[in-house]
Ligand binder design. Structure first.
Ligand code: ATP
Length: 761
């Protein structure tokens, strides 16, 4: 132990030196002034780079070195969170990054297949002090019973899984198991689906895979960024410390509601409505909704040019509309074709009126050819065309008949109008896409906040609407002072976004306004301002609807709707994805019933399935109770095997015991965390009861509960992906009855405990 302490202390000394160096370089860069704009911008990026280095070096402080491998021949190798080299010596590695190929036997070597390793040692520390060493001799003759096979570093693993929970997910880098390691280090390309029951480490594996991929494919992924999609903001906060503790920043952690740039969709709506919005048929509903905006005038519109009345009637508009639709362009792009055709029709009218010689047929008239009404040449016609194209009356008519549309405006107008919904529910070929009741369920007043299920629809609408021509954008920019001030605001926000990686410039109130994000997509922004704004790939990705991520990781993937998958596939054109989930936990009515159903439309059968089979969270006793619910969901499914048992059976009691049960559990909770889970409809009342029973403790409840509080009251749906030392599930029948997939929700609730489960019915 003393020898290991000496080695580990030497590593911390090097870490301190590295920090000091980064600190002094950063101060140097900060102190320098003046110079060319280029020098200034280089300085700015140096400051950013050293700041990031410093953050990374601080993040690995805890558990810097956690392992040692003794090969059959040669010097021992130390394994840790980052690689450290001996600059004084021959640049020898003092500490190997856990992701380096040479570290791999630490996770994979077994007595049966020792991979050239004699001994594996887990080094456990508290702060900078080594507190325990766990050795495994990887020699069949010396190894214990065969039952130990397959669990690497059993003592360290059991210490980790049995430890108190803190409300923040921890990394598992010290005790990654072989089946997990194979997934973490799987090839970058292709779609990898990780199916695993509760507590099998799917989330942990997904995050470590992100860290591994960034390390191994740094150049490629740092320019394209990695996206991790999770089910809700509370969950993202819960997992948000894992990647920084592995010295990885620059991964975007998003929910579905963050996927459409410029909108942070956090509104709520009934699940049944979200389920309609999630259906693949919504693609056609949007197509119909857009076609419905290409209007024929109910009354002829009269515009005056040089005091002469010109008429925009149904026939003229129908011809122009047909020509624009036939162009095959997206709505906003086809507007130009529509405008040309409409103006051409009006030019003919104007020419007929203005250019008609009233004496054309008068034998006593001028010397023009008898019967020729036109006195105008090509130049005159061109003049009229220019005049008409700029005429405010005609422009207003164009905006009515073929309006330039942002996705926000299209969707907002659609939801706000029963007539528009009625038109959109029928396909272009006359088929019924939504029933009357389904279309009516989508209705809502303008100004209602966007919901997560709206984000994929906004993205789909953007795809179908296309972009407005630059000239149109520029004209509107010029005309609209409000918009310009908003642009200035957004540029300010972008400066701030260096830290926050997202801007939120929604404008709910003025549907006429082109949103700033329509103009500020990152490619245009980068073209214009690359030098001025040195955004990281992750920051630019957050602004650009068409960003293609280097890799996309989806957690709780079973909950995503077909519409959500469409957006994700657009963001991942190279189909480099890791998808983790558990079909048995699908709670959302819009979610998936099988993985093939999800991927068939995109990669047919070309996706790989990996399974995780060991449950690290839930003790065997708890899992056996949850297994009864799983058998009702799917009699063929096997629950994952728990890695440990506590010897304590779950307690089952009556609901009126809530007070005494909570008092008893709080008394033994220590530093741990307790959750009370119940039907969504009763969470507020339940929270009041829990507060009354535990007046001394902070009780978190609500949309985004603080999971670091000792006690949280949650619905089963909110508890998804989370875990607590003690879990009290109240009214299981109520949870089951609450939705079509209530049984799945109950299964989730019963599998959240790391130590103790109490069920009150
Ligand atoms: N190899 C490991 N070493 C130590 N702890 C582990 C290991 N694998 C998983 N765990 C722990 O097990 C718990 C469950 O992991 P995780 O939340 O990733 O599971 P999950 O499969 O996503 O679960 P669910 O589907 O129920 O949300 C976490 O506390 C995680 O840290």
């Amino acid at each position: 132990m003393e020898a290991e302490q000496k080695y580990v202390s030497g590593l911390y000394d090097r870490l301190d030196e590295m920090r000091e160096l980064a600190e002094s370089r950063r101060s140097g860069a900060l102190a320098a002034t003046g110079g060319t704009p280029q020098a200034r911008s280089q300085r700015e990026s140096s400051v950013a780079m050293y700041s990031e280095q410093l953050a990374q070096l601080s993040a690995v402080e805890s558990g810097l070195c956690f392992g040692r491998l003794d090969p059959e021949t040669g010097a021992p190798l130390y394994i840790g969170r980052i690689g450290i080299f001996d600059e004084a010596g021959d640049y020898e590695p003092m500490l190997l990054d856990w992701r380096a190929p040479a570290s791999r036997p630490f996770y994979l070597a077994t007595a049966a297949d020792p991979l050239g390793i004699r001994r594996r040692r887990h080094i456990r520390s508290k702060g900078r002090t080594v507190i325990a060493l766990d050795d495994e001799v990887l020699d069949l003759s010396a190894a214990g019973s065969a039952a130990r096979e397959g669990l690497a570093g059993e003592a360290a693993l059991l210490a980790a899984v049995g430890a108190n929970r803190t409300g923040r997910m921890r990394d598992i880098v010290e005790t990654i198991q072989a089946e997990q390691d194979r997934i973490i280090r799987a090839d970058l390309n292709g779609v990898l689906v990780v199916q695993g029951g509760p507590g099998t480490g799917k989330t942990a594996v997904a995050l470590h895979r992100a860290a591994y991929l960034l390390y191994t494919h740094r150049r490629e992924l740092s320019t394209r960024a990695v996206l991790v999609l999770g089910p809700n903001p509370t969950f993202l906060r819960y997992i948000s410390h894992v990647l920084p503790s592995l010295a990885e920043t620059g991964v975007l952690l998003w929910t579905l509601g963050d996927l459409f740039p410029g909108v942070t969709a956090r509104g709520e709506e009934p699940e049944s409505v979200a389920a309609i919005k999630g259906r693949a048929t919504m693609v056609d509903v949007l197509t119909s909704a857009i076609a419905d905006r290409q209007e024929l005038p109910s009354e002829p519109i009269t515009v005056y040019v040089e005091r002469e009345p010109l008429t925009i009637d149904r026939d003229l508009v129908a011809v122009a509309r047909e020509r624009a639709r036939r162009s095959g362009k997206a709505h906003n792009e086809a507007r130009e074709v529509f405008e040309l055709a409409l103006v051409e029709g009006l030019v003919q009218q104007a020419a007929a009126i203005i250019g008609t010689d009233p004496f054309a047929d008068d034998p006593l008239g001028g010397d023009d050819a008898p019967g020729d009404p036109l006195l105008m040449g090509a130049a005159d016609l061109a003049d009229i065309r220019t005049e008409l194209a700029g005429d405010p009356g005609i422009r207003a008519a164009l905006d009515q008949l073929w309006p330039p549309l942002t996705p926000q405006r299209l969707l907002r107008d659609l939801y706000a109008s029963a007539d528009r919904l009625a038109a959109a529910r029928v396909g272009r070929d006359g088929t019924e896409l939504l029933t009357l009741a389904e279309a009516a369920a989508l209705a809502r007043p303008t100004g209602t906040p966007w919901t997560p299920a709206d984000a994929p629809l906004l993205d789909e609408a953007a795809e179908q609407l296309g972009e407005l021509p630059e000239a149109e954008v520029a004209a509107r920019t010029e005309a609209d002072k409000v918009r310009r001030s908003e642009l200035a605001y957004a540029e300010g926000a972008l400066e701030i976004a260096r830290g926050s990686a997202s801007i939120d410039v929604e404008d709910e109130d003025d549907p006429e306004l082109l949103l700033v994000t329509d103009l500020l997509d990152a490619s245009r922004l980068a073209d214009r301002q690359e030098d001025a704004l040195r955004l990281s790939a992750a920051e630019r990705a957050a602004l650009d609807r068409k960003w293609a991520f280097g890799h996309v990781i989806v957690d709780e993937a079973q909950e995503l709707s077909p519409m959500a998958w469409r957006v994700l596939m657009r963001r991942s054109p190279n189909r480099s994805m890791t998808v983790v989930g558990d079909i048995a936990q699908t709670g959302d009515p819009a979610g998936a019933a099988s993985w093939s159903e999800v991927f068939a439309p995109y990669v047919s059968e070309r996706w790989k399935l990996a399974e995780l089979t060991v449950n690290y969270r839930t003790p065997a006793e708890v899992m056996s109770l949850a297994g009864e619910v799983l058998a009702r969901i799917d009699p063929a499914a096997t629950p994952p095997r728990s890695v440990r048992s506590t010897g304590e059976q779950p307690i089952q009691a009556s609901l009126d015991q809530l007070g005494p049960v909570l008092a008893t559990e709080a008394a033994v909770l220590g530093e741990g965390r307790l959750a009370v889970i119940g039907p969504a409809g009763g969470v507020a009342r339940l929270a009041a009861d829990v507060r009354a029973a535990l007046p001394e403790l902070a009780v978190a409840v609500g949309d985004e509960p603080d999971l670091e509080s000792p006690v949280a009251v949650l619905s089963a749906r909110q508890a998804k992906g989370l875990e607590f030392d003690t879990v009290v599930v109240t009214d299981p029948d109520g949870i089951e009855a609450e939705s079509a997939r209530g049984l799945n929700d109950l299964y989730v609730a019963l599998t959240r405990a790391t130590q103790r489960l109490i069920v009150l019915r």
